[in-house]
Design a protein around this ligand. Structure first.
Ligand SMILES: [Zn+2]
Length: 342
């Protein structure tokens, strides 16, 4: 089997995928057209320029602005449900067998939805995915860094309410340069006390000290990105000693200029140093990528071999927030695939 075919068929995980950054452009066009969010002369070409990054942005803010239109069309339960089902369909086609979807429920209340309704819409889609697409999933609820601490506390309570129904963790996302992790200490303390997992975007675009702060102050069990960890020796040593996984999203890091190029990304160095690395898309639409494409970039620019690919997928399942049963299911399908190519 050639490598492309193998990348297509091998069961994969995805631990870092934002729902609002992964909406099919055709769906945005459809809903935005019907709800008069865009003018009738907007075509797919024009729309894609508004929601996708091609190459590099000048700042993380410019990248984050690509989410504005997708969020506008995700203000009704049926639209949130549709977007989530389609994301699961797309993931399933790529043989992602376990996915953690994340979104910020408070971004979806412009049409008078309750946060509970937004969460339930995604959970319903995840149940559909499990029953009809054979894809296992969990949901991560995001606090946006610029939101006040009281919102973060509400989010932790919301996560607790749905913790037995598919909400596995909370996350801190958004503009890292202007909002340090400690703003949301209380929410993460609460989540920990409720037994809810924690992951935090940190060290994405150049503030390595946020990585250890997120682990020590916010009790982060995983780090979103951690791209610039290499700039601080203590951080690297800590990640290795404590086996804190990095949710690496290479194309996204190129888009936001967190790294200059695919070739300059530190992912292979991290893997070789025994840091727990996972491979993820961040946003399939905004970053104009998918999980198979991410692996192809790693093979092309980072000299990833088959052993590296297997390793990061195994990290993905071992360090996921999945139940033991889901982990076992994943490992069974992974092992069957490996046996089939012997
Ligand atoms: Zn992210």
């Amino acid at each position: 089997m050639n490598l492309d075919k193998m990348l297509e068929l091998i069961p994969k995980t995805e631990l870092h995928c934002h729902l609002d950054g992964s909406v099919r452009p055709t769906t945005i066009l459809d809903i935005a057209g019907r709800e008069d969010i865009i003018t009738s002369d907007t075509n797919l070409n024009v729309l894609e320029k508004q929601v996708k990054v091609f190459g590099k942005c000048n700042s993380l803010k410019e990248y984050l602005d690509k989410f504005n239109l997708p969020i506008k069309i995700m203000q009704k339960e049926k639209n949130i449900y549709r977007v989530a089902v389609e994301l699961l369909e797309d993931a399933s086609k790529e043989n992602i067998r376990y996915i953690e979807i994340r979104f910020a429920p408070f971004n979806h209340l412009l049409d008078n939805l309750k946060p509970e309704q937004a969460v339930e819409a995604v959970l319903s889609a995840m149940n559909y995915g499990r029953d009809h697409l054979g894809i296992m999933s969990n949901l991560i609820l995001c606090i946006l860094r610029q939101e006040p601490p009281s919102r973060g506390i509400k989010l932790a309570e919301l996560a607790r309410k749905y913790s037995s129904k598919g909400v596995a963790a909370i996350d801190l996302a958004g503009d890292e340069a202007n909002f340090p992790p400690e703003i949301h200490t209380e929410a993460f303390e609460l989540a920990k006390s409720y037994g809810i997992h924690r992951t935090v975007h940190a060290g994405e675009t150049g503030i390595p000290e946020n990585i250890l702060k997120s682990i020590k102050i916010l009790h982060a069990e995983r780090i979103g990105h951690g791209t610039c960890a290499y700039r601080d020796k203590n951080t690297l040593e800590y990640l290795i000693a404590h086996k804190i996984p990095l949710e690496v999203c290479v194309t996204s890091n190129v888009n936001t200029s967190a790294v200059n190029s695919y070739r300059e990304h530190p992912i292979k160095k991290y893997l070789d140093k025994n840091i727990v690395v996972t491979v993820n898309t961040d946003n399939t639409t905004v970053s104009n990528t998918d999980i198979i494409q991410e692996f192809k970039y790693l093979v092309k620019y980072q000299d990833f071999n088959f052993e590296d690919i297997k390793k990061v997928i195994q990290n993905g399942v071992n360090y996921s927030f999945a139940s033991q049963e889901d982990k076992n299911n994943f490992k069974n399908s992974f092992n069957s695939f490996m046996d089939s190519i012997k």
